[in-house]
Design a protein around this ligand. Structure first.
Ligand code: ADP
Length: 147
């Protein structure tokens, strides 16, 4: 292949990657989980974002590191205050689907200035979180393609 052809192959490879091929496992908590418990979970699971779910409603919130940091300020009792007080809620949650192109998800991360997107599968009208796409996902794909 010429340099130009290799470039074209690479570009079309990147363009065709689907979210489902590279998504990672989501870490889920209930919305009545305390800020303290959520912090512990974030450290134990080594993630930057947790998703709050309700049994009947599916995805209800996103909890980032800064959300938890904010939750520890202002004198809250973090062992009693639930994450529902500080999380980003629907309809303000940016999501993606397994069949979306990774390029679309990456664009959303940049445009919305967020670190991760929950991957959603709608089952009987309920948004179930089945994965996550993060900036690390994008970096990993990038490195894999270079190797
Ligand atoms: P951090 O707060 O650790 O820098 P983010 O940049 O991802 O992490 O989060 C910034 C804000 O955006 C937080 O308030 C968080 O709740 C919110 N957020 C994160 N991910 C999403 C998402 N997928 N949809 C909507 N809001 C989000």
């Amino acid at each position: 292949y010429t340099g130009k052809e290799t470039e074209e192959i690479m570009t079309s490879k990147i363009r065709n990657i689907l979210v489902s091929e590279v998504q990672s496992v989501p870490i889920l908590i209930k919305e009545d989980t305390s800020i303290y418990e959520a912090l512990v979970k974030m450290f134990l699971e080594d993630v930057g974002t947790l998703y709050a779910i309700d049994e009947g409603k599916g995805l209800v919130g996103v909890i980032s590191r800064k959300d938890l940091l904010r939750g520890t300020m202002g004198g809250n009792d973090i062992e009693k205050t639930p994450v529902s007080v500080i999380m980003t809620r629907k309809p303000n949650i940016t999501i993606c689907y397994p069949d979306d192109l990774l390029v679309y998800a990456a664009n959303q991360l940049i445009e919305k200035q967020i670190d991760s997107l929950p991957v959603i599968e709608t089952v009987d009208g309920v948004d179930q979180v089945i994965g996550r796409v993060t900036k690390t996902t994008i970096a990993r794909v990038f490195v894999n393609l270079m190797e």
